[in-house]
Ligand binder design. Structure first.
Ligand SMILES: [Zn+2]
Ligand SMILES: [Zn+2]
Length: 635
């Protein structure tokens, strides 16, 4: 009996193998003899998509493949040459379908077709665009597409943007689905960009010409703390509304693009807290749940109605739910062509937004739910870096995907992930990894981010990528352990991490091991650049080789300073361009204080004086060096 069971089992396994082999054999095998079939009179979108596909397939197969307008078999049909039916697929989506042994790619809207081609290249040719410099496109004799392929995609968001480094690259943005126009100009034939026209934020003063009316009509200005101020306009004054309406309509007259998928006009509060407290504004807000957002929504609604009435169907009016307007109003709803842009500036970034244990985030979630109840077009302005201490690691890697899922699940239709926009002057941590994770999650919030991350790390850092992953994981696990337990966008180095000496040694070893494994100068350079974040953290907290017990700490700090300069780092926090470069006590003060000690400041000289005395005592602390060697095991 046992024997027969074994036999059946073996038979079944063989059958399964045979079936798998059979399935692979019936897949559609595409090679250099295939063609890209485009319509006879292609649109610019169809030409762009056909050329892109043909050029990439030429690279894969090492054969010259050009688009053709007629083919009987062995073709990938594009656009109106394709038989893949897109009925019911949302704008800027696509369908990739295998029909009768050929492949058909159709798109919707103006962005869908090229997105479909990019998906085909990624899924079936293994193409990955990890950074502006690193594109993986494996050469092959042939590729196999399953015969039952029928892939349908609809964008999760109508607007996606982030300002990290590689996302500014056009090919990167197309491959990874970014479409915001603030940091890139995508070609019109690839669908162009979703643009904020006339300003990205804090535009209300300009639109209402607040400053112009300061003398002649002060009642148009906000009444705050009993005084009229040009900091904000009075939003219930009918003349203010008329001025803003005219400004927006003039702007559209000048800059409207009827071919764009969407254009946005930002009508957003100025960046201060001086909202109007006149009796009319107060009364309106009181009857709408006491929310300051009520007067704002009422104001932009009327502009949005005028814009719609003027026939601008592809235009939306955007306003903030930010600081004093973050709470949703009652008894009033934003118009359909109004975008509510919710900002996460007060949030914590080691906990996901829907983590019930994090009070900062549960408050934001309540506001998101409230807005979600009255608005189907919420955008989010999210934050993904440490603005006060940009050189150290910002350990948000575990929350990126879930937060973007939370956005999608709550009527959010556009996401701007503000990052280290000054990365050209401060690129020291894991910026390119974060950019890639953000882009992939905006393209598909439910993607396999673990696999994406691993693929990125291997391509960017080389064979030692598992050590890099370990370093990142240790940062996440240790984040804010000694502090409040929460991570803001301005956390200090000591509050961000509290690694033990044992952990520091472990992380040091991971960096060294990754460096030793690097196979190319680019991988080595990537590791060394990211490693600046680790050295900077140790130099800010007096850990590892920067320990008070190490007589070599002065030289180590000077070396870090020189290495940072050589890497093009000219800022260590937001808005501090060049401030640390003329620090007069580099070797004496914690690295995160380098931007505080300039030559013309008295405090700098006092600090320098005392630190020099301490240095002269260093030989007597040589015994300390012994302790250091015992603790850190340095030869
Ligand atoms: Zn008012
Ligand atoms: Zn938290």
């Amino acid at each position: 009996m046992k024997k027969s069971i074994s036999f059946i089992l073996v038979f079944c396994i063989c059958l399964a193998c045979a079936l798998t082999g059979y399935a692979a054999d019936t897949g559609i095998k595409i090679d250099g003899t295939w063609s890209v079939l485009m319509p006879e009179n292609p649109t610019s979108y169809e030409s762009f998509a056909s050329d892109k596909l043909a050029s990439a397939l030429s690279d894969v197969f090492g054969e010259d493949i050009s688009p053709v307008t007629s083919a009987d078999k062995n073709f990938i049909a594009i656009g109106s040459a394709s038989k893949a039916d897109t009925a019911g697929i949302a704008d800027n989506g696509y369908r990739i379908q295998a029909i009768d042994g050929n492949i058909h790619i159709s798109g919707t809207g103006i962005r869908g077709l090229q997105a479909g081609v990019n998906r085909f290249l990624e899924e079936f040719c293994g193409r990955k665009v990890y950074t502006a410099e690193i594109t993986i496109l494996p050469a092959a004799k042939s590729i196999t597409v399953p015969a039952d392929t029928d892939t349908v995609y609809e964008p999760y968001f109508e607007y996606t943007d982030t300002d990290w480094k590689s996302p500014r690259d056009i090919e990167y943005s197309l491959a990874n689905g970014l479409n915001g126009g603030t940091y890139r100009r995508l070609p019109a034939e690839a669908g162009g960009t979703v643009d904020y026209i006339g300003g990205f934020c804090h535009t209300i003063g300009t639109l209402c010409k607040t400053a112009d009316f300061a003398e002649s009509a002060p009642e148009q200005l906000a009444l705050h703390n009993g005084k009229r101020t040009a900091d904000q306009p009075c939003l219930t004054n009918p003349k203010v509304l008329e001025t803003a309406k005219a400004s927006v309509l003039n702007l559209l007259k000048e800059k409207h693009d009827p071919d764009a998928s969407l254009q946005i006009v930002s009508v957003t509060q100025n960046d201060n807290q001086n909202y109007c407290e006149c009796s009319s504004c107060k009364e309106f807000e009181a009857s709408h749940g006491g929310a300051h957002s009520a007067t704002m929504v009422n104001f932009v609604n009327q502009i949005a109605v005028a814009v719609k009435a003027a026939g601008y169907d592809n235009v939306a009016i955007d306003t903030f739910a930010y600081q004093y307007t973050r709470k949703a109003p009652q008894n009033i709803k934003p118009e359909e062509n109004v975008i509510i842009r919710l900002c996460t500036i007060e949030c914590c970034f080691v906990h996901t937004l829907d983590d019930p244990s994090c009070k900062r985030n549960t408050e934001l979630m309540k506001d998101l739910h409230d807005w979600s109840g009255i608005c189907k077009r919420i955008y989010v302005w999210d934050y993904t870096t440490n603005y006060a201490n940009t050189c150290i690691v910002f350990p948000d890697f575990n929350v990126i995907q879930r937060n973007i899922q939370v956005f999608y699940e709550n009527n959010v239709r556009g996401v701007y992930e503000e990052g280290n926009y000054y990365i050209d002057s401060c690129d020291t941590e894991f910026g390119e990894l974060r950019a890639y994770m953000i882009s992939k999650c905006l393209q598909n919030p439910y993607c396999d981010i673990g696999a994406e991350t691993e693929g990125f790390l291997a391509a960017y850092y080389g064979p030692g990528y598992k050590d890099m992953k370990k370093i990142i994981d240790l940062h996440i696990a240790n984040a804010c352990k000694l502090n409040s337990g929460h991570l803001s966008i301005g956390e200090g180095p000591g509050q961000s991490f509290s690694f033990s000496d044992r952990q520091i040694k472990e992380i040091d070893n991971c960096w060294l091991s990754a460096l030793q494994a690097a196979e190319t100068p680019a991988q080595k350079s990537n590791i060394e650049r990211s490693m600046l974040s680790w050295r900077f953290w140790k130099a800010s907290t007096g850990k590892g080789e920067f320990s008070l017990l190490n007589p070599e700490r002065y030289a180590e700090k000077e070396k870090l300073f020189e290495d940072m300069k050589a890497s093009g780092v000219s800022m260590i926090s937001e808005g501090s361009y060049g401030d640390y470069l003329d620090c007069i006590c580099v070797k004496y003060v914690p690295a995160n204080e380098w931007n505080m000690y300039e030559d013309d400041e008295q405090a700098a000289h006092v600090r320098l004086f005392f630190e020099k005395i301490l240095e002269s005592l260093t030989p007597f602390l040589a015994a300390g060096g012994l302790f250091y060697k015992l603790i850190y095991g340095v030869e």
